[in-house]
Design a binder for this molecule. Structure first.
Ligand SMILES: Nc1ncnc2c1ncn2[C@@H]1O[C@H](COP(=O)(O)OP(=O)(O)O)[C@@H](O)[C@H]1O
Ligand SMILES: [Mg+2]
Length: 226
C-alpha cells in the first residue's frame, strides 16, 4: 500500500476528531490502537474516503480520496465494527455475489467467483446460511468474502475480534494472516497485532505513537491504566 496523509485532519462542526497529521504508510500490516473516541475510526474512514479531510489531503496509491473517490473505494474495502449492518442480502451466497452482479457479469462467472472466494476463506459451509443465524466470527468472514470478491488491494477492519469467543477469534486471526490484501486493523485485542509491521496509537485525536507492536502495546497499557 501507499497511503499518504499530508496535514490531513477531520473536524465535525466544532469538534476535532483528528488533528492534522502527515505520514506515509507502505507496510502490509498496520495496526491502530487507542482509547474509545481517540480518532481511530475517523483515521481509517479517511483512508477510503468515507470521511473527507476538512484540512489537507489523503492519497491512496496516488489517488486522492476527494477527487478520485470512486477509484479509492474500489481499492480499499472497509469492514465495519458491526458487520451485520453491511450484509445486504439474507443468504450469505447471494450477499457475496451482490458486488459482482452490479458489474453485469454473467451468472456462471459470478457463481464460479463466489465458489473460489468461499473456498479461499474456508467458508463453503456458510454459503446457504442466513446472515442472522451465523456466529460473529463467521459474520466477519462472510463480510470479508463479500468485500474481497470485488478485488480491493487494501482492507480495513474495525475491531474485527470484538465480542468474539476464543474459537471465533482464532478463526478470524488465522484468516487475516492468510489474506493477500494489505491490512489496516483497528483493535483493542493487542495480541492480534503481535506480528504486524507497524502500529499507530491515537490519543485525543492526535497520533501519539508510531512504532513496533511491542512498544505501542506498552505505551497503550500505560495510557489506559494511568
Ligand atoms: N460523524 C461524526 N460527527 C460528529 N462527531 C464525530 C463523528 N465521528 C466521530 N466523531 C467524534 O470524533 C471523535 C473520534 O471518534 P472516532 O474516530 O469514532 O473514535 P474511535 O474510533 O477511536 O473510538 C469522538 O469524539 C467522536 O464523538
Ligand atoms: Mg471506532
Amino acid at each position: 500500500m501507499d497511503i499518504c496523509f499530508s496535514q490531513a485532519g477531520a473536524q465535525f462542526e466544532n469538534r476535532v476528531a483528528l488533528h492534522p497529521l502527515s505520514l506515509t504508510l507502505t507496510e502490509r500490516r498496520i495496526g491502530i490502537i487507542g482509547l474509545n473516541g481517540s480518532g481511530k475510526t475517523t483515521f481509517a474512514r479517511m483512508v477510503n474516503g468515507l470521511t473527507k479531510p476538512t484540512s489537507g489531503t489523503v492519497t491512496v496509491n496516488g489517488l486522492d480520496t476527494v477527487k478520485d473517490d470512486a477509484a479509492v473505494l474500489r481499492q480499499v474495502g472497509f469492514i465495519f465494527q458491526n458487520p451485520q449492518n453491511q450484509i445486504i442480502l439474507p443468504i450469505i451466497r447471494d450477499d457475496i455475489a451482490f458486488g459482482l452482479k452490479n458489474r453485469r457479469m454473467d451468472k456462471a462467472a459470478i457463481d464460479a467467483a463466489v465458489d473460489t472466494t468461499l473456498q479461499r476463506l474456508g467458508i463453503e459451509h456458510l454459503a446457504t446460511r442466513r446472515a442472522h443465524e451465523i456466529s460473529g466470527g463467521e459474520l466477519q468472514l462472510a463480510a470479508l468474502a463479500a468485500l474481497t470478491i470485488t478485488g480491493p488491494k487494501i482492507l480495513i477492519m474495525d475491531e474485527p475480534t470484538n465480542q468474539l469467543d476464543l474459537k471465533n477469534r482464532a478463526l478470524v486471526e488465522n484468516t487475516m494472516a492468510g489474506l493477500e490484501q494489505d491490512l489496516i486493523v483497528i483493535t483493542h485485542d493487542l495480541p492480534l497485532l503481535a506480528s504486524f509491521d507497524r502500529v499507530l496509537g491515537f490519543h485525543q485525536g492526535h497520533l501519539h505513537a508510531d512504532t513496533s507492536p511491542g512498544e505501542a502495546i506498552e505505551l497503550y497499557k500505560k495510557l489506559a491504566l494511568s
